[in-house]
Design a protein around this ligand. Sequence first.
Ligand SMILES: [Zn+2]
Length: 151
Amino acid sequence: MKVLNLQCEHQHTFEGWFASEDDFQQQRDRGLLACPVCGAAHVLKMPSAPRLNLGTPREEGSRLPADAPKAPQAPAPELQARLLKAMREIVAQTEDVGERFADQARAMHQGDIAQRNIRGRASPEVAMALIEEGIDVVPLPDLPAIKETLQ
Ligand SMILES: [Zn+2]
């Protein structure tokens, strides 16, 4: 099988696959070849470029500077594990007050009850209101894996 670089009279280039160059000549002479772009039957054979590294990554990649930006990658598994561990430690050191979070946070902020680390649920609006009142609120991602290890 031979891959030939072909060009029609309108300078459209395309590839043709032939059993041999004789096969190409015969097909062209019989008018069987046509440009896939414009359908022109007048097709010329172009000097074939050497086709190296077919099916392998292009060599140009290795010429990029070492500090070239790389494609974004998914977080490494060890990073996810570290994040999960940190989250578990936060959860282990806090008391889950659930829906009473905003009330408890305000009571602590106003000195009505003793300070302690709590976590719980609050809507984004409530969390914003707490922050505006000067109460430190840190949103935690709701990771099922954290709860699984504690319950
Ligand atoms: Zn053409």
